[in-house]
Write a protein that binds this ligand. Structure first.
Ligand code: GTP
Ligand code: ZN
Length: 297
């Protein structure tokens, strides 16, 4: 049975791309009883019938998201503007933590460098072990590193309203033009959020999700990371986690904490550790059973 990627889902049709062709498929009726809902980003086995066909099986997912409904994202490009809006590193670290938890590779993209420099931010995230890309439209040098990063992966852009996601996606030119520069509505949900997510194939391999709708708010509402898992979502802390004097160390204030020692030694950026402490404080009293059947917010 052929295998394909669901690139678009509209009104009960799943558009499966396979072998350079797209098939408008229906889902197998049994999915409903099994509570399986195919998502954009799913790899599917399907039976082709002319231009159409039927989705027969959804292959195991690497990850999935509720809003926008999409699966198997390889990487998030977290777009951070040097100014207007001013960067909020705590929010960024929280989103990075969620990405790590979900198995999505975080990439930091700095914009509006024509208005202000962002060397300090670049240094923090490079030190922490993330790819950092600088986008400055005054020259063409920004494009090649970004395209190299996109190659062969399923990527989505994420970031606050106004940081320049749509502008960047338009400059890349692989998806239909998005309107830029409008003010998002009062509820904090951007104007793109109602749009269906769609994966666009990239000419050099890989896919780009055309969803500026991956706003900060939506992403962090989807996951609650418990305190035992939290340290593992800060990648630069991981090498030190076994080195603490006491088991059960929270890595926030304890004597003999190897993480704190690494912060003092300049191995872990202080702002990253501060974000970790703030997140720890927020989740430390949440027990696993409290998450059953819903999410604590
Ligand atoms: N000076 C400067 N302005 C930029 C840059 N990138 C984007 N802008 C401007 O910033 C404003 C917001 O850009 P958008 O691309 O709409 O931002 P967005 O992240 O898509 O915002 P939402 O759609 O609300 O989520 C627009 O007026 C852009 O022209 C940049 O690199 N430099
Ligand atoms: Zn510790």
């Amino acid at each position: 049975m052929p295998k394909g990627l669901i690139c678009k889902a509209i009104s009960g049709f799943y558009y499966v791309e396979s072998g350079g062709r797209t098939y408008a498929c229906r889902a197998k009726g049994a999915f409903r009883n099994q509570h399986i809902k195919p998502l954009v980003g799913d790899w599917a086995l399907f039976t082709p019938e002319g231009e159409g066909g039927r989705v027969e099986e959804i292959l195991p997912r690497k990850n999935s998201f509720i809003r926008p409904p999409v699966a198997n994202i390889d990487q998030f490009f977290f777009v951070v503007s040097a100014c207007s809006p001013a960067p909020n590193l705590f929010v960024l670290d929280k989103l990075i933590s969620i990405a790590e938890y979900k198995g999505v590779e975080p990439v930091i993209v700095l914009t509006k460098l024509d208005m202000e420099e962002a060397d300090r931010i670049a240094a923090i995230y490079q030190k922490a072990g993330f790819p950092v890309l600088r986008v400055d439209y005054r020259s063409s040098g920004w494009r090649a590193p970004l395209e190299r990063c996109l190659q062969g992966k399923v990527s989505a852009f994420c970031g606050n309203s106004g940081v320049g996601k749509s502008t960047l996606i338009n400059h890349l030119g692989f998806t239909p033009e998005i309107e830029t520069g409008e003010i998002s509505d009062k509820l904090g949900r951007g104007r793109h959020t109602t749009r269906q997510v769609e994966l666009y194939p990239l000419p050099f391999g890989g896919y780009l999700a055309d969803t500026p709708g991956f706003s900060d708010v939506q992403l962090h509402r989807q996951e609650q990371i418990l305190k035992d898992q939290l340290p593992y979502t800060f990648r630069e802390m991981v090498p030190y986690l076994d080195g603490c004097q006491f088991t059960g160390c929270s890595h926030t204030c304890e004597k003999g904490c190897a993480v704190l020692a690494a912060v003092t030694a300049g191995e872990i950026p202080p702002s990253r550790h501060e974000s970790y402490c703030a997140l720890y404080e927020a989740v430390k009293d949440i027990a696993p059973w409290e998450l059953e059947g819903g999410k604590k917010s």
